[in-house]
Design a protein around this ligand. Structure first.
Ligand code: HSE
Length: 416
């Protein structure tokens, strides 16, 4: 029997407790030993839980328990999760987490502490919910040079965008629904402003390239400014709007990274990924494109990935999994996003749309207009014909605004 402890009995944590209980026999068959959930740390009371006698409010009950070999951290947030994780690893206890904020911020340090103490720090559930993605990148695709990773990495925003696209549901209503279904972060700003997707693409990039990529250095835009009008123009262009996290290795070794809403053509494998589903494309030099698809959020899908890591830790109590990347603090590894090239969709308001069209054509060097039914006379929407640097596009929009044309939206065209 291997004793484990759980820190945080929220959406994911309670799912972990549930799977460890309901799938006890299945897990026993895989491991050859019982996984015993000995302690559960949470400040709240759960008197109705069948595991009520195992709850504690004191972390010391876990850290001081020598029988506990694996600790599951599903508290979320940086504090006290960071501190507790460090202490567990320093005691030689392996830690499994779904906490992408912590991994994206302190992954290099925590992996180094795990290595020093011959313990494992595993976090499959931090990216893509129930989708196996970190282990495949780290193991199955290890023979490849990965040139690019791009994906829909946030279930909440994909759910909201799907509702906006398919049902013309207003943003706020769709967000409320996502929260009620347990998909959203405690603070949904992390979802809708793109920070959650940013943390996930940073974890993927760190793993694929072996260097810690810090989220603060990645240009990130959310979906709060997307209007139903943009959704309609995207449909008439031949695609859908998705929040995409992307990283690409440039020939000089720098990383071209962005998190932003993009027009995705219907021909792309990412265009048909709807609701809370995530889809991640990994481009390997030997395999070509490999696409991972599944539920990216929700209690049981995420808990399933956590429990798989627990089993892996239990199977490797005396051996380390080779999951590692080096720290890069103070090092520049991300290219200037203003130099990154893209085609762009732009929607403007103008008293004279013919004049706005002519000016945009001059400044941006070739544009194609888009249409939608019942567009007001003062609206002009177009896509650039050529890829331009983001810096050039920003300056062009500033120039158009200085001429009295008001920008309503600007959304990248995804090369996906
Ligand atoms: N809030 C996250 C999402 C949860 O919607 O994707 C899973 O990481």
């Amino acid at each position: 029997m291997i004793s484990v402890a759980l820190m945080g009995h929220g959406v994911v944590g309670s799912g972990v407790a549930e799977i460890l209980t309901t799938h006890k026999q299945k897990l026993f068959s895989s491991l050859g030993e019982e996984i015993y959930l000995k302690r559960i740390l949470d400040l709240r009371e759960f008197p109705e839980s069948p595991l009520a006698d195992r709850f504690t409010k004191d972390f010391e009950d876990i850290i001081s328990d020598r029988e506990v070999r694996v600790v599951i951290e599903t508290m979320g947030g940086l504090n006290p999760a960071y501190d507790f994780t460090k202490r567990c690893l320093k005691e030689g206890k392996s830690v499994v987490t779904s906490n992408k904020e912590l991994v994206a911020r302190h992954g290099a340090e925590l992996l180094a502490i795990a290595k020093e103490n011959n313990a494992n720090y595993l976090f499959e559930a931090s990216v893509g919910g129930g989708i196996p993605i970190l282990r495949p990148i780290n193991q199955c695709l290890v023979a490849n040079e990965v040139s690019e990773i791009a994906g829909i990495l946030n279930g909440t925003t994909n759910f909201i965008l799907t509702k906006m696209i398919n049902e013309s549901m207003p943003f706020d209503e769709a967000l409320k629904l996502a929260q009620d279904l347990g998909y959203a972060e405690r603070n949904p700003e992390a979802d809708v402003e793109g920070h959650d997707a940013c943390r996930k693409i940073c974890i993927l990039a760190s793993l694929a390239y072996g260097k810690h990529i810090y989220p603060d250095n990645v240009h990130t835009e959310g979906i709060t400014k997307i209007a139903l009008e943009d959704v309609e123009y995207a449909a008439n262009w031949g695609g859908v709007i998705k929040l995409i996290g992307k990283c690409r290795r440039l020939p000089d070794g720098m990383m071209d990274m962005v998190v932003a809403p993009m027009f995705v053509p219907c021909t792309s494998q990412l265009a048909n990924i709807n609701d809370v589903f995530n889809g991640i494309m990994v481009r390997g030099d030997c395999t070509g494109d490999v696409v991972f698809y599944g539920k990216g959020a929700g209690m049981l899908p995420t808990a399933s990935a956590v429990v798989a890591d627990v089993v892996d830790c239990c199977k490797h109590l005396k051996a380390r999994k080779r999951l590692f990347w080096v720290d890069t603090q103070g090092e520049e590894c991300i290219a200037d996003y203003n130099e990154s090239k893209t085609k762009m969709y732009i929607r403007l308001f103008a008293d004279d749309t013919t004049a706005a069209y002519n000016k945009a054509q001059d400044i941006l060097g070739g544009i194609t207009c888009l249409e939608r039914t019942n567009a007001p006379q003062c609206e002009l929407a177009f896509v650039t014909n050529e890829e331009l640097t983001y810096g050039t596009i920003t300056k062009a929009i500033e120039k158009l605004e200085s001429l009295g044309f008001k920008k309503a939206s600007a959304i990248r065209i995804g090369d996906l």
